[in-house]
Ligand binder design. Structure first.
Ligand SMILES: [Zn+2]
Length: 355
C-alpha cells in the first residue's frame, strides 16, 4: 500500500509498504482525508520529538522506531472488522481517536487517558497513521460518523481538542467568553463556544485570520488588539463587568496576561495553548486578588462522541475551516512547507488519501 512515512527532520517519504493485518479487537480502515496540524510541523521541521520514537529508541507502547506512518487527524471507511467488533460494519464512515495508552496508570484508571504517563499517538508514535491506504486500529478508538462527509470527519480530532478545553472550563450559556488567538484551535474554540450559547470576542492580530473568523461567523466581535483596546471592547459588551471566561489559544506572554485583564472577578481563564517557554505572570494582581481561576487542557478524553454530534446536528460547521485539499504526493511542498510559510491564510490543509 501507499504510505507517507516520517523518518525525522525534513525527511518524509512516500513509499510502498505492506498492508497491516487485522487482529482481534480491531478494525481495518481505508483512510480518506488526513488533516495536517502544528504537531506535524514541529515533527517535520524540528523532530523527532516525543511522543515520536527515534531511529534507535522505540516508543514505550508501540515498541516501534522510525520510520512511522504519518498523520493522526483522519477519517476513513471501514473495510474489515474482527469478529469481536459489534459497534461497526464494513462500509461505515469513521474517525479515529488516534491514541495509544497503557490502561494501567493512575490517569488511565480515572478515565483521563489523555494524561496517560505512556501516552502515544497513532501517526506519530507508530501503529500506522492516517496517511496510508490502510490502517488497523483498536476498536475502542474508532467512532462512526454516520452520514457526515469524510472531509468534515477529518476535522473531528482538532474539534475534540477545542471541545475538551471548553468543557473543562465549565462554560455557561449566555455568558461572554474571550478567545485569545485565531489559529486553527482558536477558531474551533470560538465555534464551540458559540454552539454552546456563549457570546464570543475573538482577539487576533493577523488580518488573514480575522477574515477567516469573519467568514466563519462564530465570533460576535473580532478585535485586533494592536489597533484597538481589547479591554475596552470587552468592557463595552459586558456592561463594564468583564468576561466570565477566557481561552488562551495563542501561547504568547502578552496574550496570557491579557486574558486575565479581560475576565471579571471570579472569572476563569483556560490555557489551551502549549507554552514553549516560561513567562512572567503577576499572580496576586491577575489571579488571587479577584479570586479568578485558571485551568488547562491538553488533547481530549471521552469527547469524540459529543464532537461528532455537534457537527451532525449542524450546531457547528467545520467545513469552512478546510482551507486546502491536496494530494498525498504533494504532502511536503503543498502541505507541510505551505502550512509553515502561508500559516496565517491556511486553517486546515487536508491530504486526500489515494484509494
Ligand atoms: Zn495510562
Amino acid at each position: 500500500m501507499k504510505a507517507v512515512r516520517y523518518y525525522g527532520t525534513e525527511d518524509v517519504r512516500i513509499e510502498d509498504i505492506p498492508e497491516p493485518e487485522l487482529v482481534e479487537g480491531s478494525v481495518k480502515i481505508a483512510p480518506a482525508f488526513n488533516g495536517l496540524c502544528g504537531s506535524d510541523l514541529s515533527l517535520f521541521f524540528s523532530g523527532p520529538l516525543p511522543p515520536a520514537p527515534t531511529e534507535h529508541e522505540p516508543h514505550a507502547l508501540s515498541g516501534e522506531v522510525l520510520p512511522v506512518v504519518f498523520g493522526h487527524e483522519f477519517s476513513g471507511v471501514v473495510t474489515e472488522i474482527a469478529d469481536d467488533v459489534d459497534h461497526l460494519q464494513v462500509g461505515d464512515r469513521v474517525v479515529v481517536e488516534p491514541l495509544m495508552v497503557d490502561n494501567t496508570c493512575w490517569a488511565c484508571q480515572q478515565g483521563q487517558y489523555n494524561l496517560c504517563q505512556h501516552m502515544g499517538f497513532i501517526g506519530i508514535s507508530g501503529r500506522g497513521g492516517g496517511m496510508a491506504q490502510s490502517i488497523v486500529v483498536e476498536k475502542r478508538w474508532v467512532h462512526p460518523i454516520g452520514d457526515m462527509s469524510l472531509e468534515e470527519g477529518a476535522l473531528i480530532e482538532p474539534l475534540a481538542v477545542a471541545l475538551n478545553a471548553v468543557n473543562r472550563a465549565g462554560v455557561i450559556a449566555g455568558e461572554t467568553a474571550v478567545v485569545g488567538g485565531g489559529g486553527p484551535i482558536g477558531q474551533l474554540v470560538t465555534a464551540v463556544l458559540k454552539a454552546k450559547g456563549l457570546s464570543v470576542v475573538l482577539s487576533e492580530v493577523s488580518a488573514a485570520r480575522q477574515q477567516i473568523a469573519r467568514d466563519a461567523g462564530y465570533a460576535d466581535h473580532i478585535v485586533d488588539p494592536t489597533q484597538e483596546s481589547l479591554l475596552n471592547i470587552v468592557d463595552e459588551v459586558t456592561d463594564g463587568v468583564g468576561a466570565a471566561f477566557a481561552f488562551d489559544c495563542a501561547g504568547v506572554e502578552v496574550v496570557f496576561n491579557q486574558m486575565f485583564e479581560v475576565v471579571r472577578p471570579t472569572g476563569h481563564v483556560e490555557i489551551v495553548a502549549v507554552y514553549p517557554e516560561a513567562i512572567m505572570f503577576a499572580v496576586a494582581d491577575a489571579l488571587t486578588m479577584q479570586e479568578r481561576t485558571m485551568g488547562s487542557s491538553i488533547g481530549y478524553a471521552n469527547v469524540h462522541r459529543e464532537a461528532i454530534d455537534l457537527v451532525r446536528s449542524q450546531k457547528l460547521n467545520v467545513r469552512q475551516f478546510i482551507s486546502s485539499v491536496i494530494a498525498m504526493d504533494d504532502v511536503v511542498d503543498e502541505g507541510l512547507r505551505k502550512l509553515r510559510d502561508a500559516g496565517e491564510t491556511e486553517v486546515k490543509i487536508l491530504v486526500k488519501i489515494d484509494q
